[in-house]
Design a protein around this ligand. Structure first.
Ligand code: MG
Length: 426
């Protein structure tokens, strides 16, 4: 009897350890020959459900991650702050409206209506210059609370179509509608959303539709304002080839100038460069540029994207090279930063000082510390070092900013340990 039991046990072990694995091995071999890459186990994309990608790590090499079947929409409200002002105050309609500081102040334009843009006014332009270009413009002080309120209404409309909404700012967001409950095309959904925004909120928005974030964002610019554009996956490369590098995601003014110097003016020029060469010139971003020049952007739409930095900046009432005045202003900025850290219950490891000189040249200086910065004392300790690395004091300064990044989550409240002798001193 014992012998029989042993034979059954040996057969069972042989079956479970060898025979059961054969089909899997065969399947893996087939995948290797078909895709030159084994299909990952528990692949969340096997059944095409993009909702399942939450909490899983995607890799750039995964063929599913580069699926052209994703449906991504980028929606951007048209001249948002200025449009809200024109909507709320009928007297402003049809007039050039500039949201920002006083026309005689040294502040900058936060937003402007399309009527003001036709005079050459744009955001981030000094208010004084805007007033010279468009003397009859209506200058309005920003009402951030009102813009936040309207922004929430806009985001609520987006969430009627998908939970995968990633706000980029108060007036723009990415939406992943691959698995929308209506099973409609992304273009149709984008049209409906724009129509709803118009009917419910009396505002206009532009939309871009494509198979990834980069293409959707570029597409939303094509027919702006109050327009929509779709870039189908099969037309992506032809579109990217003619796109000026300045329009690429992540390419700012400085990077654009550097690319043009290297002879990279369009997407086609960018695609000719090797990954190594782009990494050599642009660091980690070079690898990203290499991929997007080929229409590949595997970034997910992150509904709960975490805040990456905290900070604020201020334009000085007059340019100064007086270090004591600069230190006072930095003290105010530090205080503001600490208050923001308290409100958001966060702390961070990198402190960055931004300085704009009177000729508008802007520089940043950063320091990263191993233990998170939690309060004013630590900021005050690091600031002189950062300030010393700038030319403030010898050159006149126009703007100062202070940012905390590499945020590390909840601020730790120091707890006093109980020591036996403490009672004696109470
Ligand atoms: Mg906008």
């Amino acid at each position: 009897m014992t012998q029989e039991r042993n034979i059954i046990l040996i057969f069972y072990l042989f079956y479970t350890h060898f025979l059961k694995k054969w089909p899997d091995r065969n399947n893996q071999d087939q995948n290797l020959t078909a895709d030159h890459e084994p299909e990952p186990q528990n692949n969340p994309y096997r059944h095409g459900c993009l909702l399942c990608q939450r909490g899983t790590k995607r890799t750039r090499t995964s063929p599913q991650a580069m699926s052209p079947n994703r449906k991504i929409i980028h929606i951007d409200m048209d001249a948002f702050y200025a449009s809200v002002e024109q909507r709320d105050t009928p007297a402003y309609r049809g007039k050039p409206v500039i949201v920002g500081g006083n026309p005689h102040s040294r502040g900058v334009v936060a937003a402007c209506s399309y009527e003001a843009r036709s005079f050459g006014v744009h955001s981030a332009m000094p208010c004084r210059k805007a007033a010279t270009l468009c003397p009859h413009a209506v200058f309005v002080r920003p009402r951030m609370d009102r813009y936040k309120e309207v922004s929430n209404q806009v985001m609520d409309i987006f969430r009627e179509y998908t939970d995968l909404v990633e706000p980029l700012s108060l007036d723009e967001a990415f939406l992943d509608v691959t698995d929308n409950p209506y099973h409609d095309s992304a273009t149709l959904i984008a049209r409906r959303i724009r129509q709803q925004i118009r009917e419910k909120l009396n505002l206009t928005a532009s939309a871009g539709v494509s198979c990834n974030k980069f293409l959707a964002k570029v597409a939303s610019e094509i027919n702006k304002p109050d327009g929509i554009a779709t870039i189908p996956p099969e037309q992506a490369i032809a579109f990217i080839n003619t796109l000026p590098v300045g329009k690429f995601f992540g390419v700012g003014r400085v990077t654009e100038q550097k690319m043009v110097k290297l002879g990279i003016k369009t997407g086609e020029d960018l695609a000719k460069r090797s990954r190594d060469s782009l990494i050599f010139h642009f660091g980690k971003a070079g690898s990203f540029f290499y991929d997007i020049a080929r229409g590949k952007d595997t970034r997910r739409v992150e509904p709960s994207r975490q805040r990456k930095s905290l900070g604020s900046e201020t334009t000085l009432s007059s340019d100064t090279s007086d270090l004591s005045e600069i230190s006072t202003i930095l003290g105010d900025l530090s205080e503001k930063l600490v208050r923001a850290m308290d409100t958001k219950h966060t702390c961070g490891c990198t402190l960055t000082l931004k300085v704009r000189y009177d000729n508008f040249e802007t520089i940043t200086r950063s320091v990263t510390v191993p233990r998170p910065i939690q309060g004013r004392d630590e900021i005050d300790h690091l600031l002189p070092r950062l300030l010393h690395a700038t030319q403030a004091g010898t050159r006149k300064v126009r703007l100062l900013g202070l940012t905390l990044s590499k945020l590390t989550g909840p601020k730790k409240v120091p707890v006093q340990l109980y020591l036996p002798f403490m009672d004696r001193y109470r």
